[in-house]
Design a protein around this ligand. Structure first.
Ligand code: S3P
Length: 169
């Protein structure tokens, strides 16, 4: 079983991914973290030194490699992963995709605290962050909505998430 967690920055992908990994026993991977280890650079450094386009290729390549090497995984993707190339189709062909649909105010609250290591938002003034998220979310929704499971993050528990996965099979 391969589970791909997708959703906006700050939607809780890593948090729920780790919990799912504990519950299912499937190993947890954080795509950003694998890229950081592979490159020996932070995501911010990769964006700055090599550009976003390089990062998007790398993201695709590393995801495909993880999938090739593992039948069972919980993979927490980056916020943009499903929105480039045909990544969303690749994920759905390889396993089950879950969109953590987290409400806008929660995203803003979390991202205000964690802006700095995220290159797409680090230079956005706090007062403009909500408008930025709304716009980006509008563009990305098209991809996120293609997930096999759409989970409202606010009301989620690990048991309800496991039930959603079980019922989908
Ligand atoms: C990005 C989200 C980040 C990271 C990179 C780009 C995005 O991951 O991949 O900064 O395009 O939304 P998180 O969603 O884990 O913050």
């Amino acid at each position: 079983m391969r589970i791909f967690l997708i959703g906006f920055m700050g939607s809780g992908k890593t948090h729920w991914g780790k919990l799912l990994s504990q519950k299912t026993g499937a190993p947890f991977f954080d795509l950003d973290k694998v890229i950081v280890d592979d490159e020996g650079k932070s995501i911010a450094q990769i964006f700055q030194e090599k550009g976003e386009e390089y990062f998007r290729y790398k993201e695709k390549e590393v995801m495909e490699q993880i999938v090739e090497e593992h039948e069972n995984i919980i993979l927490s993707c980056g916020g943009g992963t499903p929105c480039f190339f045909n990544n969303i189709d690749f994920m759905k062909d390889s396993g089950t995709v879950i969109w953590l649909n987290t409400c806008i105010d929660t995203l803003v609250e979390r991202l205000l605290k964690e802006k700095n290591h995220r290159p797409l938002i680090k230079d956005i003034a706090d007062k403009n962050l909500k408008a930025f998220i709304l716009k980006k979310l509008q563009d990305r929704r098209l991809y996120y909505e293609q997930a096999n499971i759409i989970a409202a993050e606010e009301s989620l528990t690990i048991d309800s998430l496991s039930d959603l996965i079980r019922d989908r099979k």
